[in-house]
Design a protein around this ligand. Structure first.
Ligand SMILES: Cc1ncc(COP(=O)(O)O)c(C=O)c1O
Length: 406
């Protein structure tokens, strides 16, 4: 038998920006016995999760649930709506935008990757004016889709999707709008219908507090219509058959029953807390984390306060400090995992995840681990980030529950 000897006392601090810690309530729900996926109980479960997930996407339209990681749902979004050789406009916000673009190439699409020069785009959000200008120049309407990442997990930037919609409309362009909110959903406000998004892609292991393994496409009527003519080959990912089976709460294949138990529980938890309270909690934790970074005298990866992410904070290391060495020290000494810097900015910063099942004290412990680890790594700190964060959190009254407790 595999010997699992890596569990020291207390809980591991899983403070990467997803997978996020799975609450006991969800773990327990996932341990229910697996049932017949064509039986009556399953149909009721299917109908419940398919209805309630729409509240999280803020949509009245179908949400397709796949037994796959987020990458699968990326592929589903592209392959259901586009044809070989189609020109798509994608915006470089960081590592995940880059991976989605690579996937578009691999599928035989022609992605055009626009963005700010060098790594500047990895410190700011999507620039809607650049999208508008590019679409205005496309007078023949050759561009079939605009693809953007809502919460760029590699940098800690949450782009303004409503502004991207306005840019497309201002250019009078018919391109579809495809949005990845794999790490935003359930943590940052998201409005599939109101923002006129055609396909929203998301995943289970971030704000929804589930293990990795399910992912989503929320689909507009325009996207569904496009799928009737789109010619990219697709079989497993095809929307039509799944949406048809979903009408009765079933899937055309064997869905992952136990993760759907977990999803049902997660949706109950989020809706019980209230979406607005969930978003306020994430904003509060993110603000506390940023105050800590500033008190340490370090830079935040995101340089535009208008698009700071409520999900994670990127902490830039001073010149000459290897962020991965700091992370390693924190992992070994304090049993805490932090996110590494990916792609173009590897080694320059680390990412603190403050998403999902996270509260004020979880964050305080996380910041304490970071502060001690930075000190042990010989990083010169201007002051205590822990004290700055405590000062802020102690006074926060951003939800009815906090006001009542004040
Ligand atoms: C923004 C974003 N897009 C896509 C992905 C890929 O999803 P997955 O790793 O679940 O396939 C991730 C994963 O972290 C992500 O954060």
């Amino acid at each position: 038998m595999l010997k699992l000897d890596f569990h020291p006392s207390g809980r591991h601090f899983l403070q990467i920006p997803g997978p996020s810690p799975v609450p006991d309530r969800i773990l327990r729900a996932m341990s229910y016995p697996t049932i017949d996926h064509r039986g009556p109980e399953f149909g009721a479960l299917g109908r419940k999760v398919l209805t309630d997930i729409k509240k999280i996407f803020k949509t009245e339209q179908p949400v397709v649930i796949y037994p796959a990681s987020g990458t699968g749902a990326w592929e589903a979004a592209l392959s259901n709506t586009l044809s070989p050789g189609d020109h798509v406009l994608m915006f470089e916000t960081g590592h995940f935008a880059t991976l989605w673009k690579k996937m578009a190439e691999n599928l035989g699409l022609r992605p055009e990757f626009i963005g700010l020069p060098g790594t500047e785009g990895w410190r700011r959000g999507v620039q809607p004016d650049m999208i508008e200008a590019r679409l205005r120049a496309d007078t023949g309407h050759g561009i079939k889709a605009v693809c953007v990442v809502h919460n760029e997990t590699s940098t800690g930037v949450t782009s303004d999707i409503a502004a991207v919609r306005r840019a497309i409309d201002a250019a009078g362009h018919p391109a579809l709008l495809l949005v990845d909110t794999i790490s935003g959903l359930g943590s940052a406000d998201y409005r599939h219908d109101e923002w006129g998004v055609d396909v929203t892609v998301s995943g289970s292991q971030k704000g929804l507090m589930l293990p990795p393994g399910i992912s989503f496409n929320a689909v507009s009527a325009k996207a569904l219509e496009a799928s009737r003519h789109a010619k990219l080959p697709r079989a497993f990912w095809g929307w039509q058959e799944i949406i048809e089976a979903n009408k009765n709460g079933y899937w055309p294949y064997t869905p992952n029953t136990n993760l759907l138990y977990g999803l049902s529980e997660a949706l109950d938890m989020i809706l019980e807390e209230g979406l607005d309270n969930v978003f306020a909690r994430h904003q509060r934790l993110a603000e506390a984390a940023r105050r800590a970074v500033r008190a340490w005298g370090l830079e935040i990866q995101c340089q535009d306060p208008a698009v700071y992410s409520p999900v994670l904070t990127g902490v830039v290391m001073p010149q000459g400090v290897d962020a991965d060495a700091v992370r390693k020290r924190i992992y070994e000494r304090f049993d805490m995992s932090l996110g590494q810097a990916l792609g173009k900015i590897r080694g320059t910063m680390f990412r603190i995840g403050h998403l999902g099942d996270c509260n004020d004290l979880t964050l305080m412990a996380t910041l304490a681990g970071c502060e001690m680890g930075l000190q042990l790594s010989g990083v010169n700190l201007a002051g205590s980030g822990v004290v700055a964060a405590m000062d802020y959190l102690a006074k926060a009254q951003d939800t009815p529950a906090l006001k009542a407790a004040a």
